[in-house]
Design a protein. Sequence first.
Length: 317
Amino acid sequence: MGSVAPATLISFPATSEKLFGRNVGRLASMPDLEDAVPERDKDLARRTLADLLATLQIDPDPALGRFVVPRVNGPGTPHFERDLTTLMHAAPDRFHGVVVPKLQDAAEVERVLALVRGEADRLGWRTLPWVVALIETVRGIENLAAICDVLAGHGSGGVLCGHLDLASDARLVVTDAVERHRELRAWTKLVARTAKSRGLGAIDGPFPRLAPAPGADAELVLTTGWSLVDGYDGRLVIHPSQVEPVRDVMVPSPDTTRESARILRLTLAHGGAFRDESTGEMIDNAVRRSHWTLVERALANGVIGADEVVGLEPPPL
């Protein structure tokens, strides 16, 4: 994952060939070996996913957000190393990284990265797989800055914020999905902004209620708006019906993107802060960075092509 994650990452059980075929190559996809698979089926799920990845006919293009990042079981389980080594052996360069749950400190992340690097070297991977850290414990929040520093040193990766497990670990006694998200926002905002400040992609956790549950669609839009303003690039979704509502919130429109590109081009002709004559807005470096962030988000989601931003450069920090 680059510095900007796509607007949606869809999760589905790793045992489902149907959902694998429907999603992979079309959407950023997270086949799940962890929560979606009961303990008795872990070995079967691992073998099934390895076979599916090994026979992929479409090589997803991560530049357009069509990547594959399986969620493996956590380092504290007997399945973690088997998940990682089996997938990497069966499908070299056929998926782009792994989502690793329950990562809680920098030393644990270093151990995961060492295993990924070692397997990639041994098996001849051309590109080092990403590691996406799933932050879903209070301890993970406490060690967040150090975790993100290690991930940034890996060169590619990101964070995914897990609301439900975080609420459980914090002993939060709130069962309503919207109120739970609201109560956790101080922490979830910290996850996004710590990751983004280190050049990592950041994906917020899913909204767990689906239509036709009363109000589910409106609540999805409301909480996705919080994800956007809190600094996330995108959101995990658990059903195809959630993809478009989330994209509608998280992805800038073509017109908005081209306006930001226009302003960025104007800055090339000015040495410092200036007034945009067409809008009256004062454009300084902080405003330029905001417009650049919007353009990056649009590029990550295929709103515009790279040819439309030729010559534009990220403003200095």
